[in-house]
Design a protein around this ligand. Structure first.
Ligand code: FA5
Length: 341
């Protein structure tokens, strides 16, 4: 009997060592403790033992039962500890891991400047107008009093489509489209892309952006033009901005002028960006030529007007201290993130 009890304990030790899960342990418990277990059958046979030996064997069986129970409980705790540890490792949150920052889109600096321009001119009572990028020769040149032999019409300067249309070389055709449609008073700005067969350099790109302004009413003078441009540059760049007017020629304005701002790159010393002049040309301006007003059927005895067209890319360069225009078109994420609006 003693040998049998020892054998049961040895068997249990072997089984417990192999046991890996709580489920296996439950099966072991049934096998060693259940009604059909060897231990139960030993207990059943106790009556067959002589009365004097009975208490000794009974104690042996009860001790064995207790030890088996303790061993199983011990194993149960061990398995529960392992399961808990494994779940902790699985759910481990490593707060030192690099964060996944969401990739949020942002407005390009050119569009931020465009919005600022719209705000400045809206404040002055201008309405925002639009025109197509693909234009006809009529709107881009003819109606703007540009002679048939003007060099800007040549294929070396202008991109033409096979059908004879062209990619607008400036925003001035919007002037004509608006005047054709509406009678004075006119007070609009138009913003958009322009295209020229220009070789890319520090301040030129084949695609760039302009803002056009047009005011037509009774009694509009050059002083109104200068006042508006002055207000605009001060709002855009601050009161310390240095700018200058130069006499110039445009077929659609008379008199005409160009406005320069101190070069963003060299601050007037002369460099590659300003081609040594110390100044960066921002755009052209002038009083609308009466022949343009006549073309749209306006009464030139009654109405006068002014217009100007500025390069938005140049304005953005100045605003963000960008030395080369192409940086605005390269979509380098390092630059775009730096100038996120
Ligand atoms: C014109 O385009 C005239 N339509 C402006 C105008 C409007 C005059 C109304 C009078 C009345 P201009 O060719 O100078 O003018 O261009 C105006 C501005 O556009 C330039 O000063 C410059 O800032 C910008 N610009 C012109 N070509 C390019 C280019 N290839 N790359 C970047 N900016 C350019």
């Amino acid at each position: 009997m003693e040998a049998k009890i020892k054998n049961i304990k040895d068997q249990l030790d072997i089984q417990l060592k192999k046991c890996k899960t709580v489920q296996e342990l439950n099966e072991i418990k049934v096998r060693f403790f259940g009604k059909k277990s060897e231990l139960s059958s030993l207990l059943g046979k106790i009556r067959e033992i002589s009365p004097e030996k009975r208490p000794i064997i009974g104690k042996l069986i009860n001790d064995a039962k207790q030890k088996i129970g303790q061993a199983i409980n011990h194993k149960k705790r061990e398995l529960e500890d392992i399961a808990y540890q494994t779940s902790l490792e699985k759910e481990l949150l490593d707060i030192t891991m690099p964060a996944n920052v969401p990739q949020i889109g942002a407005r390009h600096p050119i569009y931020t400047v465009q919005e600022e321009l719209e705000d400045i001119f809206s404040y002055l009572g201008f309405e925002v107008a639009e025109g197509p990028d693909i234009e006809t020769e009529y709107y881009n040149f003819d109606a703007l009093n540009t002679p048939k032999n003007h060099p800007s019409r040549s294929i070396r300067d202008t991109f033409y489509t096979k059908s004879g249309a062209l990619l607008r070389t400036h925003t001035s055709p919007v002037q004509i489209r608006i005047m054709e449609k509406y009678q004075p008073p006119i007070k609009i700005v138009a913003i958009g892309r322009c295209y020229r067969n220009d070789k890319p350099d520090a301040s030129h790109m084949p695609v760039f952006h302009q803002i056009e302004a047009l005011v037509v009413d009774e009694g509009i003078s050059f002083a109104d033009l200068k006042g508006t441009m002055d207000y605009f540059v001060k709002q855009m760049f601050g009161v310390n901005i240095r700018s200058r007017f130069r006499p110039h020629f445009f077929p659609f304005t008379e008199p005409s002028a160009e406005m320069d701002i101190l070069c963003v790159n060299c601050k007037g010393k002369g460099c590659r960006v300003c081609k040594g002049s110390g100044w960066l040309e921002l755009g052209g301006a002038g009083m609308v030529d009466p022949s343009v007003l006549e073309e749209v059927g306006y009464d030139t005895e009654k109405f006068t007007g002014f217009a100007f067209g500025f390069g938005i890319d140049r304005i953005t360069m100045l605003k963000y201290n960008i030395p080369y225009i192409r940086i605005l078109f390269q979509n380098d994420l390092r630059f775009l993130k730096m100038h996120r609006a």
